[in-house]
Design a binder for this molecule. Structure first.
Ligand SMILES: [Zn+2]
Ligand SMILES: [Zn+2]
Length: 387
């Protein structure tokens, strides 16, 4: 759980930015969000644990894993990651070794929490069962249920795995979304469906309101005049009102909204999440295919922007222009594109052609959006910044 003192770091690391097929420069989808020292993972494609090992993300600090949908390029890495994490191979945070099993247990035995659509629980149960995998620490799966899902899911014949907590929830939608699926004192997570070829979810991570901007010149003369201790400044900073010795009341600056991060899974139309996602400080949106006639040698002579968009949508995905249009609609301040086709390499720091293509993709997204645009590459990190 994130500490009570508030969030300083809210940092994203892209562990994989490829769509269907990985390449030498892009791994399958996974994204690590660091909240102070805790880590939350969003999607867990094949070889995510290798990517974690090559990054600064600490496997043992992962507390929650959010799955957008159960397509393999977003979930194939989950079982090996759990096996490593929960048997201590990843250096489980604050863990202690069980003298009988030599497995590392989290000191409070709090399960790793996994959120995802229907099928996430069955996938993990089946995978662990048929690979005879025993875990040294518990996990729990909370499923985000669509109205069209069968009430008992499709796994009723499967029994609870030995390491699975029975406290997994099946979370129904409320007014078409899943509000507040997790919250603590300073952070909350909501989710909503987004349209793809299979049930798919986008996540909205919201920081609780933070202290307003302090103007010391407004307060210090009053504190000096009434010989009040400067220590009250910290209370004012928190937005409190302070009564001075002469009866004057000073009001701290009103609290302002915290940071908002929106992470979408694969989609050709994320409109059901638009309201929850409004005014995001950072939006992660896929951009699987683009029409780059002068740059991409795979371009077919008959292709147009329209035909590429139609083809991309028919496969459940988006073009950069579609991502830009959505970012503009919700008033996002920073758009990060990811989930690129294997034809767009990710080594833009060494390959000038890669850089040119990524710049062209960003320009396409910018046709409908005037905010900051970044094309993600593997191991790229960026802070979610308050604007
Ligand atoms: Zn995908
Ligand atoms: Zn997909």
């Amino acid at each position: 759980m994130v500490g009570r003192r508030g969030l300083s770091a809210l940092n994203l690391t892209f562990l994989g930015t490829a769509s269907a097929q990985p390449s030498l420069t892009r791994n399958h989808s996974a994204l690590a969000l660091r909240l102070n020292s805790d880590v939350w993972l969003f999607d867990c494609g094949e070889a995510t644990q290798h990517q974690i090992q090559k990054s600064k993300v600490k496997m043992g600090k992962i507390e929650k894993i959010f799955i957008t949908h159960t397509h393999g390029d977003h979930i194939f890495g989950l079982l090996p990651l759990l096996a490593s994490m929960l048997n201590g191979a990843g250096g489980t945070a604050d863990g202690v070794e069980d003298p009988r099993t030599h497995m590392v247990q989290d000191s409070d035995n709090r399960p790793i929490e996994i959120y995802g659509p229907l099928g996430t629980r069955a996938y993990i149960r089946n995978g662990l069962k048929y690979t005879h995998t025993l875990l040294g620490a518990p996990y729990v799966v909370h499923e985000l249920r669509f109205p069209s899902d069968p009430p008992d899911g499709d796994y009723t014949s499967l029994t609870l795995h030995a390491s699975e907590s029975p406290n997994g929830r099946n979370i129904p939608q409320t007014n078409g979304v899943w509000p507040d699926i997790y919250h603590d004192t300073i952070i909350s997570v909501s989710a909503a469906p987004i349209l793809h070829s299979v049930p798919c979810v986008g996540y909205v991570v919201s920081e609780a309101p933070v202290p307003g901007k302090m103007d010391p010149a407004k307060y210090i003369p009053e504190l000096k005049r009434t010989k009040t201790s400067m220590s009250v400044m910290s209370r004012l900073q928190q937005g409190e009102s302070v009564e001075l010795a002469d009866g004057t009341v000073l009001h701290g600056p009103p609290r302002r909204p915290g940071r908002k991060l929106v992470i979408l899974g694969d989609t050709y139309d994320p409109s059901p999440i638009a309201e929850l996602a409004s005014s995001a400080d950072l939006l992660v949106h896929e951009a699987t295919n683009a029409h780059l006639p002068a740059l991409d040698p795979n371009t077919k002579s008959e292709d147009t922007f329209e035909s590429v968009e139609a083809r991309t949508k028919s496969r459940g995905h988006s073009t950069p222009q579609m991502a830009g249009a959505f970012a503009a609609w919700i008033g996002a301040r920073h758009l990060v594109l990811n989930h690129f086709s294997a034809r767009y390499p990710g080594n833009d720091d060494v390959n000038p052609m890669t850089k040119t293509i990524m710049e062209a993709i960003a320009r396409l997204a910018g046709e409908h959006y005037s905010g900051k645009i970044t094309c993600a590459r593997d191991f790229m990190s960026c802070d979610v910044e308050h604007v």
